[in-house]
Design a protein around this ligand. Structure first.
Ligand code: ADP
Ligand code: NI
Length: 195
């Protein structure tokens, strides 16, 4: 089994009990997004992108009480990946997080791609679904989640690093705007009973 296939299996196991925004399906979508972006970027280390994407949430502080990429490192070590390579993969992973790196762009192309791939999963139809799932998990009503669109989701299209992600983000952005228009139309002007 390739290390990439093993990382997919590892992610499935690791996120098995997480129903919210960081389930295994999120990791697999980020991986697929990353592979698609990578195809349009020249001179890129494809395996580094793949492993960075598949392990990007493996030590997320909101989910795991690990320090210094312990989960990612021990998985990679067990796969026989060399220490030097593990360092590079962790560098990609640590450059990705939105909350930890507000405003800072990753130094490497591979980091930029995985960051874009993760952010793409927060916008569009899937981003809408995840936002309401997150709100529900935290006991918030839909109106409270709508605020998150203005605080984060609608800002993401201007923060993409790569051209390919920018294009996809713009399409997904328009879909969110359309969703919000419809949402406000339905909630602010309830149809009359006798209409
Ligand atoms: P990251 O993957 O960068 O760590 P987060 O953990 O902040 O991102 O978010 C995971 C998912 O939950 C995303 O889809 C995000 O939009 C959503 N989310 C985060 N905070 C909120 C919030 N306050 N309200 C609604 N959705 C949220
Ligand atoms: Ni993520």
């Amino acid at each position: 089994m390739s290390v990439i296939d093993a990382a997919m299996e590892y992610a499935e196991k690791l996120f098995r009990d997480n129903a919210g925004g960081h389930d295994a399906a999120h990791t697999l979508r980020v991986y697929r997004n990353a592979m698609r972006i990578e195809e349009s970027e020249a001179a890129c280390d494809r395996e580094l992108v793949a492993l960075g994407a598949l392990l990007h949430d493996a030590d997320d502080h909101k989910l795991f009480h690990t320090e210094q990429n312990e989960n990612a490192r021990s998985f990679l070590r067990a796969q026989g990946v060399k220490e030097e390579r593990i360092e590079r993969i962790c560098q990609v992973i640590n450059a990705v997080s939105f909350s930890q790196n507000r405003g800072k762009r990753p130094d490497t192309l591979e980091g930029k791609i995985v960051q874009d791939a993760d952010r793409l999963d927060a916008v569009g139809a899937v981003g809408i679904a995840r936002a309401f799932a997150y709100g529900g998990e935290h006991g918030r009503p839909p109106e409270a989640t709508i605020r998150h669109f203005y605080e984060k989701l609608l800002l993401l299209k201007d923060e993409m690093n790569t051209e390919a992600a920018k294009k996809t983000a713009e399409r997904r952005h328009r879909f969110m705007e359309e969703f919000l228009r419809e949402y406000f139309a339905e909630t602010e002007e309830p149809p009359r009973e006798d209409a």
